[in-house]
Ligand binder design. Structure first.
Ligand code: PGA
Length: 263
């Protein structure tokens, strides 16, 4: 039986003071259990603050991105070893915001290179994380245009194949995949729960082909995209959904706690 998992992705939010206040509230409101794991992925700058507050609790801290190089002349980047040093348990990779999909939608094509993560660089990041025993949270998902063209499953299968190329099933055994339809992120539009579950089930079948049936059974598959207290119970009760990756709603302690309780 897979443990449920709820992870908050704080994105570019929270000063030190704000982060401390939200975490202190969370510690009073909820407690992760043997059935439900809980993590928060703050900005790089607040990882240490959150990590210290989570010490001697069952909460996990994670990061939102990583660079695959070990060390050296990579201005502005952070290595997996540095994340390990701050006790990061998880790290998000391949989020649609770092893949550059928002870049494509909202900013001119010429600025895409500021954002563009590819399946190839996502793969390098996953390898760097696994080397440090940090659990990757691999995000996959289709744009609205891809969904409307009937390409949802093919797009996601290609993302999984590219991201997991050359990775051993046993190594990714404790990894996580998050299904995040791009059109549902930060838009208030949630994917219909039955359809989200169908896609998560399809993801598990693909994982079985890529990594083998045993790791595919163990990997948690989350849904992400406008998860909130009002829809969490419905989503988390679906057969193929093992929890949620929560953006906006993870910034408010009461709301995030209610989502965790639904799991
Ligand atoms: P959202 O973001 O919950 O604000 O839609 C989810 C995510 O991007 O992980």
């Amino acid at each position: 039986m897979r443990k449920k998992l709820v992870v908050g992705n704080w994105k570019m939010n929270m000063t030190q003071r704000e982060a401390k206040a939200v975490v202190e509230s969370l510690l009073l409101l909820i407690e992760p259990t043997t059935e439900v794991e809980v993590g928060i992925c703050p900005t790089y700058l607040t990882i240490e603050t959150v990590s210290q507050l989570f010490r001697r609790t069952r909460f996990h801290v994670g990061a939102q991105d990583v660079f695959w190089g070990k060390a050296g002349a990579f201005t502005g980047n952070i290595s997996a070893a540095m994340l390990k040093d701050l006790e990061c348990h998880f790290c998000i990779v391949g989020h649609s915001e770092t893949r550059g999909r928002f870049g494509k939608l909202e900013v001119p094509e010429s600025t895409l290179s500021y954002f563009s993560e590819t399946d190839e660089t996502v793969n390098l990041k996953i390898k760097a994380l696994l080397y440090q025993s940090i659990h990757p949270i691999l995000c996959v998902g289709e744009t609205l245009a891809e969904r409307e063209a009937g390409n949802t499953d093919a797009v996601i299968q290609a993302q999984l194949k590219g991201a997991l190329d050359g990775i051993d099933g046993a190594e990714f055994h404790d990894g996580v995949v998050a299904y995040e339809p791009v059109w549902a992120i930060g838009t208030g539009k949630t994917c219909d729960s039955a359809e989200a579950s169908r896609v998560c089930g399809m993801i598990r079948q693909s994982l079985a082909k890529i990594l083998g049936p045993e790791p595919a059974e163990a990997i948690r598959i989350l849904y992400g995209g406008s998860v909130k207290a009002a829809n969490a119970a419905e989503l988390f009760s679906q057969p193929h959904i093992d929890g949620g990756l929560v953006g906006g709603a993870s910034l408010v302690a009461d709301e995030f706690s209610a989502i965790v309780r639904s799991a």
